[in-house]
Design a protein around this ligand. Structure first.
Ligand SMILES: [Zn+2]
Length: 436
């Protein structure tokens, strides 16, 4: 059976051409960005992101499109292939998108392979992108997040390789008329962009040529997934994000989103205004500091987003068994967040500075307090939605206490002009020497 690729819901008015683009308005599908794509080669993600952001504004005012402005003669010169059923202009555009899609897939495959072969403790951009569309199994109790098993990663990598291989075969592609498109795709929609079935050709419909380049690439990647037999057809991003893993594994758009968002970054923040900001620059609603204790308890503690859970709520006092002397080791990791998946950091958002302080105050009052883990980063880095801020000190702390006293954990975010916010401030009692 054929699966169509169309961004709108079935109930939308198909005669309204603008509506068809309303569900997915990719940042890079605008006409000016498209021109930039033609002028620059794709390959460097950083440059790509730069282009996207700098041309966004200009793009809104520009209504011409390359696909309409490129002449038949120019297309004759620039096209490198003659695709079945395509005219010269269509040849040029199919070629352009088809030659680039494999690079995008390759970029995702390399990142996934790297992730598979060199697992890191911190969640990387590829893992966060992957987890958006392919949900990892739930975390064991007390852990920060669940992670995919290597077998799942290997399956996804293998499928992406097969998709890439399909796209690299020009004979798989053909152009069809509006009429054929409407007759053959599963929804009988002449305005579909493209369609494909398991093992069939990838048919490109006329509406494909109204898309920006990124959406054309994404469409081709989506159809290549159908071609290799992944026939589930959930398309709107919001719904794809909610698919359970077993459904996502068979859903064409999950693969298309993984590849395109790894390459271009996630879409711009949603339109609804964020809650009233606490400061002029950011909203406390999305800020949190987390501390994952691995020792002496395995416990995720946090403060932020209207919630808090402190180590002292689990264990107010940590003691050596009586009567004995046993040094108490504390190990863990601190993380700071300024956003969530559903609300990425807005543009023009100033990151707060972050500070950590773990103090030991001995019971013996003749001795001074000791700073065990004291750091400050005035300009932490923003990696992406729901990723911890990148700090210039080690997020891991590890110290051992062999004297009785109290330990105070304080982690906070602030800026020069505002009071401290999103603070984690907790005190617990330690008694390594219980032989008094
Ligand atoms: Zn589809």
């Amino acid at each position: 059976m054929f699966e169509r690729f169309l961004f709108t819901s079935k109930s939308s008015d198909k005669t309204d051409g603008t509506k068809r683009h309303s569900i997915r308005t990719s940042r890079t599908s605008t006409p000016v960005n498209r021109i930039l794509f033609l002028q620059k080669t794709i390959g460097n993600k950083a440059i790509q992101r730069l282009l996207n952001s700098s041309t966004e504004q200009k793009a809104r005012n520009n209504q011409t499109t390359i696909s309409r402005s490129i002449s038949e003669e120019t297309a004759e010169e620039l096209r490198t292939r003659d695709y079945r059923g395509c005219n010269a202009v269509q040849d040029f555009h199919v070629d352009f998108a088809r030659m680039r899609a494999p690079r995008w897939i390759t970029s995702t495959i390399s990142a996934l392979e790297d992730h598979l072969n060199n697992p890191r403790e911190i969640i990387t951009v590829i893992e966060s992108t992957l987890n958006r569309f392919f949900h990892p199994p739930p975390a064991p109790r007390g852990r920060i997040a669940g992670r995919h098993d290597p077998e799942t990663l290997s399956i996804i990598i293998r499928r992406l390789r097969r998709m890439r291989q399909a796209i690299e075969n020009p004979r798989l592609f053909r152009c069809v008329t509006r009429q054929t498109c409407g007759r053959e795709n599963s929804d009988h929609d002449p305005n579909a962009y493209a369609y494909a079935g398991q093992g069939t050709r990838i048919s490109i419909c006329p509406a494909f040529f109204e898309l920006g380049l990124n959406d054309q690439l994404s469409t081709i990647i989506h159809e290549s997934a159908h071609h290799i037999g992944l026939m589930r057809n959930v398309i709107p991003r919001d719904e794809v994000i909610n698919l359970p893993l077993n459904r996502a594994m068979n859903n064409a758009e999950s693969y298309a989103l993984l590849v395109t968002e790894y390459f271009t970054g996630p879409p711009a923040p949603p339109v609804p205004a964020p809650p009233v900001p606490l400061t002029t620059n950011w909203s406390i609603a999305y800020m949190s500091s987390q501390v994952m204790f691995n020792q002496p308890l395995n416990e995720l503690c946090y403060e932020g987003q209207g919630q808090r859970h402190y180590l002292s709520e689990v264990r107010r006092s940590i003691e050596a068994p009586f009567p004995s002397v046993q040094p108490i080791r504390f190990r863990g990791q601190v993380r700071f967040y300024t956003d969530t998946t559903d609300m990425p950091m807005p543009q023009n958002y100033t990151l707060p500075e972050v500070r950590t302080q773990i103090l030991f105050i001995p019971s013996d009052e003749s001795q001074n307090a000791t700073a065990l883990y004291e750091h400050r980063d005035l300009h932490p880095g923003y990696l992406g939605p729901e990723l911890p801020l990148l700090v210039d000190f080690s997020p891991n702390f590890d110290f051992t206490i062999s004297q009785n006293g109290t330990v105070r954990f304080t982690f906070w975010m602030s800026d020069a002009n505002e009071p401290f916010i999103a603070m984690y401030d907790d005190t617990i009692f330690v008694r390594p020497d219980n032989d008094i």
